[in-house]
Design a protein around this ligand. Sequence first.
Ligand code: FAD
Length: 288
Amino acid sequence: MYANFELDLAADLDEALAVLADADGADVAPLAGGTNLIVDLRAGRCRPKRLVALGRVEALRGIGEDGPRVRIGGRTTVSELLASPLVAATAPSLVQSARLFAGQMVRNTATVAGNIACGSPAADLVPPLLALDAELTLASRAGSRTVPLADFYRGYKKDVRRADELIAAVAWPKPAAGARSSFYKLGRRKGDAITITGVAVSLAVDRGVCTRARIALGAVAPVVLRARAAEAMLEGQRLTAELVAAAAARAAGEASPIDDIRASAAYRRHTVQVLARRLLGGAWQAGS
Ligand SMILES: Cc1cc2nc3c(=O)[nH]c(=O)nc-3n(C[C@H](O)[C@H](O)[C@H](O)COP(=O)(O)OP(=O)(O)OC[C@H]3O[C@@H](n4cnc5c(N)ncnc54)[C@H](O)[C@@H]3O)c2cc1C
């Protein structure tokens, strides 16, 4: 059973931003694919008085190059990510995540901005984007600002987005030569499963020396997080199997998982170590 709400079908970005600007804080919610929001409405987990539907807002769509960066509109769907040669060339980890995301019907409607904004620590597009140093463009009627994804979350389902802002776009730098990224989603099934542990890595290696390391962990803390201490162990160092194993162990130490119906905290922590070692090792070998 739904509580009553008004629905605005915004014709363009200006109209969507005007609705958000005129509304009073949390009383209005952007509606993208609805694959989270409609479920939450039906369960009574949120009761916005007004929804602003973004389906007609063309300015929030599109995948393209923007100088040294790749830029995708916030309304890009998971299926559109999978169909993009530019995403495949610059963000293989994001493609791996998109491939394991839900089922076909949900992939056709679920959007990147909706995945980021829902704030779930198990949101599957977030670890690869975090490891790619993605930045968000937050648009409002007052103007736009850029926020690194690494600075977006403030706690479980809390973020820095103001109620009058939309996630208009997501951008990441094109990878340097020798850089590799990958993602692994561990779930109870191969398809349509909520993530138990998600690990994304992005590694750049120059003649055996790691010049850039990113390790992002999903579903093992209140927010998707970067394992910064583990990254610091790798950067500037000549890679060895022992160093990679030690960094993976450090990454597991940076997680703060919980027990739930899908897995125990101990299992989650163990799988962070196993997956981080495997992904880092693979990226190192492929990049050197
Ligand atoms: C059967 C099923 C399977 C699923 N499987 C997965 C899975 O494998 N992996 C996974 O990560 N998730 C999964 N999900 C969750 C969901 O599909 C994703 O989180 C999806 O990306 C949400 O996007 P959406 O466009 O549907 O967002 P919506 O439901 O429309 O919105 C979600 C939240 O984001 C806000 N929002 C939407 N667009 C914007 C914007 N541009 N700016 C600011 N805020 C915005 C909304 O107000 C709302 O709070 C699944 C859901 C279902 C129902």
